[in-house]
Design a protein around this ligand. Structure first.
Ligand code: NAD
Ligand code: ZN
Ligand code: ZN
Length: 381
């Protein structure tokens, strides 16, 4: 009889490879790290794939309030390796997604029907520590911080149980990582948060990963006109294929882009989305909306301490300004359904994935990202 030996790592520290951002703006270094076993109500995950999200780039560059050194990444798919005491929603062997916004089901946000920004999140601001204020990562004897209690640029990670979404066992793990952030954020911003209406006009600022998923959501909702704005025209052909009807490069316009959008639509758009993270483009998105009934969704994460300055008297005209995180989904309840929707061909995430590279080609992946060549690059472990 053939016997299979599976090394039992539960309860033990695991030594594996991870990418570390040692200091602000430095190139990520692939290092050997020690990953502690999960404590009570924590889960240790063997990562299978992780996407590179714009937020990771912001964090590595030091634009967000995060502690260094840390292991970046939050858009991840993996398999539960072991669980801490009291974990009941997942077990070893389960396929899961990591969630940058947890769902504790107990706090004011979780208990409110519309809330999704769980009070136990670690994005704004980011302590880089687990809920008990300690870290599970060590490298060369030094404590390494977590990223949004997700840290997916590592072969193994530890996350709180409330930040884990169990997904369909049939999910293709080399792809579904992007559902943990890019797809839920962008598609959800259009479909779930803005609830884009049939025949409406939309403008999407930023046609990267998240902006492309927003376009998909606008198209699926039956928008009749979708204006896409980006300074990188290489993004335009793919955006058109996803449903963008008009592409604008603000650098080639003689007037402010919001004025051009106003002229194109005569009255302003029904729905505007900002998926870049700059206050200038946030204002341009706001100013592109219909004054009375336009809805402006802020999806981009702005750098820490930046301010947004709006013309105060104009506020009364009726427009809605709304921030949105992970598509307003109650993450553990709703994000697994997006995976099932993908398996049932109700949504197609494939056009959002332009590159897949092995984890050790992380630097190449970031080069492609910075050169504006990727929509989403997925790293495979
Ligand atoms: N709210 C959320 O839940 C959430 C989730 C994920 C990402 N984000 C944020 O969304 C934003 C986009 O993330 P992404 O992963 O799509 O990043 P990305 O880098 O793939 O996309 C950004 C796009 O913006 C374009 N761009 C940059 N500067 C511009 C300018 N001045 N005018 C027009 N276009 C410009 C770039 O060319 C690129 O195509 C980031 O700020 C990220 O932090 C928010
Ligand atoms: Zn993200
Ligand atoms: Zn909560």
């Amino acid at each position: 009889m053939e016997r299979k030996f599976i090394m039992d790592t539960s309860g033990k520290t695991i030594t594996c490879r991870a990418a570390i951002a040692w200091k602000t703006g430095s190139t990520l270094a692939i290092e050997e790290v020690q990953v502690d076993p999960p404590k009570a109500r924590e889960v240790r995950i063997k990562m299978i794939s992780t996407g590179i999200c714009g937020t990771d780039d912001h964090a590595v560059k030091g634009l967000l309030s995060v502690n260094f050194p840390f292991i970046p990444g939050h858009e991840g798919a993996g398999i539960v390796e072991s669980i801490g005491e009291g974990v009941s929603s997942v077990k070893p062997g389960d396929k899961v997604l990591t969630l940058a916004i947890p769902q504790c089901r107990e706090c004011s946000s979780c208990l409110h029907p519309k809330g999704n920004f769980c009070e136990k999140q670690d994005v704004l601001p980011s302590s880089g520590l687990m809920l008990d204020k300690t870290s599970r990562f060590t490298c060369k004897g030094k404590k390494i911080y977590h990223s949004f209690r997700a840290s997916t640029f590592t072969e193994y990670t530890v996350v709180p149980e409330i930040a884990v979404a169990k997904i369909d066992a049939a999910a293709p793990m080399d792809k579904v990582s992007i559902i943990s952030c890019e797809v839920s954020t962008g598609y959800g911003a259009a479909v779930n948060s803005a609830k884009v209406t049939r025949g409406s006009t939309c403008v999407v600022f930023g046609l990267g990963g998240v902006g492309s998923a927003i376009v998909m959501g606008c198209k699926a909702s039956g928008a009749s006109r979708i204006i896409g704005v980006d300074i990188n025209e290489e993004k335009f052909p793919r955006a058109r294929a996803l449903g963008v009807t008009d592409c604008l490069n603000p650098r080639n316009l003689k007037k402010p882009v919001q004025q051009v959008v106003m002229e194109m639509t005569r009255v302003g758009v029904d729905f505007a989305f900002e998926a870049i993270g700059l206050s200038d483009t946030m204002i341009a998105a706001w100013d592109s909306c219909h004054r009375s009934y336009g809805v402006c969704l802020m999806v981009g994460v702005a750098s820490s301490n930046s301010q947004l300055s709006l013309n105060a008297p104009d506020i009364i005209s009726g427009r809605t300004l709304k921030g949105v995180c992970l598509g307003d989904y109650k993450t553990r309840d709703c994000i697994p359904q997006l995976v099932t929707d993908y398996l049932q061909n109700k949504i197609n995430i494939d056009p959002l994935i332009t590159h897949q590279l092995p984890f050790d080609q992380l630097h190449k992946a970031f080069e492609l990202y910075h050169a504006g060549k990727t929509i989403r690059c997925i790293l495979l472990f």
